[in-house]
Design a binder for this molecule. Structure first.
Ligand SMILES: Cc1ncc(COP(=O)(O)O)c(C=O)c1O
Length: 386
């Protein structure tokens, strides 16, 4: 079966109730038929027997299985949030004295883990510019354990050649981890290009309706086994309810991503050249500096676009205030179109220099394009710009 069908038809084994839609296993723990069975369940840290929902749960397993099939991964593990997926990936594989190479254009909280927390525990990092991949190799040291990228990046929409980076990682025997949150497996499958681990904030397009938080990491079986033990013991596990919501959402991920991308491309094309804007950025726009890489590894440009208001920081605030129905919130990947102004909100505490380093200019507006009629979205934006 093809991924579109697997995302719909993969389901927990039907119970005696003969339900059609997938059941929700809202239970903290599981029972045993005998003391011997209970003892055996604890014997080998195996995933085969459900023990306790911090370790495994059928609703969570169903969600993970679908993501594995869609990403072409051997195995996976779910977490409570996207940040738990990022943090658990780092903490499982690095020790004091290790070094991480990362793109500088990463999500704000990932930047905080790399720059504020990991150094406290003796793990150092080096940043590279996504637009200068030729500098990556020079940053790799003897103690480099892993390389981390987001592509497209949040919010800069920078694109990096996954195969190029994967080959460097293979040559130096370091782990290659990709945050695939913006593209989703419906648009890009980094494992196909050589990534070892792929992670997501499932909170975004995977949910698609802004309801629950979640994260997931998929990749090679032996790596996931190590992550499973870390997560089982430290506790950032996904709730069964959230997994049930997310698993149902994956059934529509392909059709939703097609529509998000069609709307986003249409709006990006309409906005390009507007007199109030310095530029418009979208991975599949002819003007994107890495269009050829995007077309090589993505099936469409995804649902996020950005533009820069000539009127800068004040203009960003004014634009948000001029919106009538378009949502002003910091989430993304929703059926509802969302506008955000990172410089005055999520990244307001950074210095101007730090904002520049992660690609956030004063008048940058990030648009998470929803599933409404594209003409309604464009009319709303043009009115606000006016
Ligand atoms: C690219 C990216 N990675 C990770 C995260 C963190 O995900 P969560 O909010 O689910 O913890 C986000 C959240 O916006 C994100 O955009």
């Amino acid at each position: 079966m093809r991924p579109e069908t697997l995302a719909i038809r993969t389901q927990t084994e039907r119970t005696g109730e003969k339900e059609h839609s997938t059941p929700l296993f809202l239970t903290s723990s599981f029972v045993y038929d005998s003391a011997e069975d209970m003892a055996a369940a604890f014997e080998d840290d195996s995933l085969d027997v459900n023990i306790y929902s911090r370790f495994s749960n059928p609703s969570v397993d169903e969600f993970v299985k679908k993501v594995c099939l869609m990403e072409g991964a051997e195995d996976g593990i779910a977490t409570a949030t996207g940040m738990a997926a990022v943090f658990s990936s780092f903490m499982t594989f690095v020790s004091a004295g290790d070094h991480i190479v990362s793109a500088s254009a990463v999500f704000g909280s990932t930047h905080a883990i790399l720059t504020k927390y990991l150094p406290k525990w003796g793990v150092e990092y080096s940043y590279f510019d996504m637009n200068k991949p030729e500098t990556i190799e020079g940053l790799i040291k003897k103690n480099t354990k892993l390389l981390y990228v987001e592509t497209p990046s949040n919010p800069g929409l920078d694109i990096i050649d996954l195969k190029y980076v994967a080959d460097i990682c293979k040559k130096h025997n370091i782990l290659f981890i990709v945050d695939n949150c913006f593209a989703t497996p419906a648009v890009q499958q980094p494992i196909q290009f050589g990534a070892d681990l792929v992670l997501h904030s499932a909170t975004k397009f995977m949910d698609g309706q802004g309801r629950v938080l979640g994260g997931v990491v998929v990749g090679k079986k032996d790596l996931i086994k190590q992550m499973y033990l870390f997560i089982r013991n430290t506790g950032p596990s996904m709730s069964p309810f959230n997994a049930w919501v997310l698993s149902k959402s994956l059934e529509t991920l392909f059709v939703r991503m097609d529509k998000h991308a069609a709307n986003a491309l249409h709006i990006a094309q309409k906005l390009e050249g507007h007199t109030a804007l310095s530029w418009v950025k979208y991975p599949f726009l002819q003007s994107h500096p890495h269009l050829h890489i995007a077309q090589k590894q993505m099936s469409n440009g995804g649902g996020i676009l950005t533009f820069e208001l000539k009127s800068g920081l004040e203009g960003g605030r004014k634009f948000l205030n001029n919106l009538k129905w378009l949502s002003m919130t910091n989430n993304l990947g929703d059926s509802r179109t969302i506008a955000s102004h990172p410089a005055s909100t999520t990244h307001s505490k950074l210095t101007e220099e730090e904002r520049q380093a992660v690609g956030i200019t004063p008048g940058l507006i990030r648009l998470s394009v929803g599933l409404e009629h594209p003409d309604d979205i464009i009319e709303e934006i043009l009115d606000a710009l006016k």
